[in-house]
Design a protein around this ligand. Sequence first.
Ligand code: ADP
Ligand code: 5GP
Length: 219
Amino acid sequence: MSDEARHQIGARGERRGLMMILSSPSGAGKTTLAARLLASDPQLNLSISATTRPPRPGEQEGEDYYFKSIAEFERMRSVGAFLESALVFGNYYGTPREPVEAALSAGRDVLFDIDWQGAQQVSQRSPNDVVKVFILPPSRVELERRLRARKADPEEVVRNRMAKADSEISHWAEYDYVIVNDDLDESERRLKAILTAERSRRDRQVGLHDFVRRMLRDS
Ligand code: ADP
Ligand code: 5GP
């Protein structure tokens, strides 16, 4: 391998994977934004959560969630299979630990769609590896319109999610970045810019010391 190639690896290859957490009140658009980001970024893995809530029409086991009974969820939690877990809207949700650790140790980044409780738990464990982004709707009226437009939940579930929106929103100031998701393309651009900047942080590029030393020696 040429020195040039080694420089490239030093500068670009050896990077600690980061964990990007998206939280928002239900319906603000995090699933939509996550899908756009994942489609354009092969370096990014989605963390697929386990949940005790029933699947929505069209949701696939292992793609949207791992759908579990309460007993199975509790068993997994008791053996430490979750990085974090929480009760949200009366159902349990948890992040399987093993796929996240495998992705990070391979230098890949992981995207999480989890609530504020999960965000707190993950950032307490790994404060230096977490980037937290809160997605706000442009208004409550628009949030309700989006929850209904999704046509995925019965009326009482929509009402329950609207009732819980204020308490989720009250955690916005615990996040590193906030995006008001009005125009979807603009929100996607902002999210990509955050990821690019966070990947460029000095402390995430573990090969930089060697790269700079070689670069100075060789020139
Ligand atoms: P969440 O994952 O936060 O619950 P979703 O991504 O499922 O929210 O979005 C809820 C609904 O709002 C979906 O029908 C989605 O297509 C729509 N939506 C998301 N972002 C926007 C936006 N910026 N403008 C208009 N509609 C949006
Ligand atoms: P939904 O039922 O609409 O898919 O998700 C409801 C809420 O649960 C959303 O706020 C979502 O971010 C959150 N959620 C999904 N998976 C997890 C998880 O693994 N852990 C935590 N703490 N929250 C989750």
